[in-house]
Design a protein around this ligand. Structure first.
Ligand SMILES: NC(=O)c1ccc[n+]([C@@H]2O[C@H](COP(=O)([O-])OP(=O)(O)OC[C@H]3O[C@@H](n4cnc5c(N)ncnc54)[C@H](OP(=O)(O)O)[C@@H]3O)[C@@H](O)[C@H]2O)c1
Length: 338
């Protein structure tokens, strides 16, 4: 499978390293041979070689800060814009791992459309296009007889999407309730240990969980984007951020956390998705709730279903390796189905 990587930051590099390190196992176990033919960045150049790029050389080049350090070859193209890579390259699949825009999905959304329209499968870690245009993406994919996969967009490589859509197929899922943002869960966990909100946030930033501008996490918008994706994938909805009821954790004080603790409860930022709508807000959970036991930056989701009752999945919600794995799992799924 020839792969074009749109974005070569944490996730793109993590994915490339997995592809390199597991090449033999993937071939032996699944007959899967993934070859990166193109890489695009926002400001560090693009590369396209229809014969395949050398992953080691790619990782060394990007470490220097720019893909121009990649060694020359007879078939290498350095000036193809992203749109051209999506349209004209010999990639079988485009892996979209560029930055998320939850308002417009762009510029990634147009890249996904271009890839599908020119006969390529699409795998996304970027939430933007999936949250903004889930149904259009699926329609375009169907028209092109190609597949769109987006496991990484909710809980990274922890298979929240696959669990709901494939493993629980045959069950009717009635709701999803999850801790879908690791930064806020880390902050709330630290607050329960006695740390003030500001210090916990600062620590989350120092550990690389929270962005320098942490508002997307602490105000609930990152979790809301994931709730929109779940609303579309589970219940066929196409909500926007305005359709959701979103409250972050910045109003939770140390006193609130202590009061909950005394009552045998715990604050969690919970995204709840049902066919009626999506809500993101801090909730006091009984310690008997499996989500209450999920501490630190870990994520979790409980699906309520008719045949299985509640099924809870707990695991990493971010990380270059964990999110890179999600892209690999999606490509293996596509490989199996085509
Ligand atoms: N990191 C995680 O744990 C995680 C988990 C789940 C989902 N995600 C999602 O996965 C995506 C990638 O995350 P990341 O952590 O890898 O981000 P990142 O480290 O910031 O990397 C983003 C990459 O995209 C490139 N880029 C920027 N604008 C572009 C454009 N217009 N066209 C093509 N490439 C462009 C950047 O290039 P420049 O550096 O040159 O700008 C960089 O190579 C995001 O949408 C994120 O929300 C991440």
């Amino acid at each position: 499978m020839n792969i074009a990587l749109i974005g070569f930051g944490n996730v793109g590099q993590g994915f490339a390293a997995i592809l390199r390190d597991k090449a033999n196992d993937l071939h032996a176990q699944y007959g899967f041979d993934g070859k990166i033919v193109a890489v695009a960045t926002g400001s560090r150049g693009t590369l396209y070689d229809p014969k395949g790029l050398d992953i080691n050389a790619l990782l060394i080049a990007i470490e220097t800060g720019d893909l121009s350090a990649y060694p020359e070859s007879a078939t290498l193209e350095r000036n193809w814009i992203v749109q051209r890579i999506a349209t004209e390259s010999n990639a079988d699949a485009v892996v979209e791992v560029s930055p998320t825009n939850l308002q417009t999905g762009q510029p990634a959304l147009d890249i996904c459309y271009a890839a599908l329209d020119s006969g390529k499968h699409v795998v996304l870690a970027n939430k933007g296009p999936v949250a903004v245009a889930y149904h259009d993406l699926m329609k375009r994919a169907q028209a092109a007889n190609k597949l769109v996969r987006f496991e990484a967009t909710v809980m990274a490589g922890t298979p929240s999407i696959r669990l709901a859509l494939q493993v629980l197929a045959g069950c009717k899922i009635t709701s999803a309730k999850g801790i879908l943002n690791g930064t806020t869960n880390y902050i709330l966990t630290q607050m329960e240990g006695g740390m003030a909100y500001g210090s916990a946030l600062q620590q989350a930033q120092e550990l690389g969980y929270a962005e320098t501008d942490p508002s997307g996490d602490v105000d609930g918008w990152d979790a809301a984007g994931k709730a929109i994706i779940l609303g579309a994938a589970l219940f066929g909805k196409q909500w926007t951020l305005d359709d959701l009821d979103v409250t972050g954790i910045s109003g939770i004080s140390s006193d609130d956390v202590a009061a909950a603790k005394q009552a045998g409860e715990r604050w969690k930022l919970i995204a709840t998705v049902t066919p009626e709508g999506g809500v993101v807000r801090p909730v006091r959970l009984s310690l008997a709730d499996p989500l209450a036991g999920v501490g630190g930056a870990t994520n979790a989701i409980t699906y309520a279903s008719d045949l299985m009752g509640d099924v809870t999945l707990i695991g990493a919600g971010a990380g270059r390796k964990e999110t890179g794995f999600a892209a690999l799992a999606d490509l293996l799924d596509i490989h199996r189905l085509t």
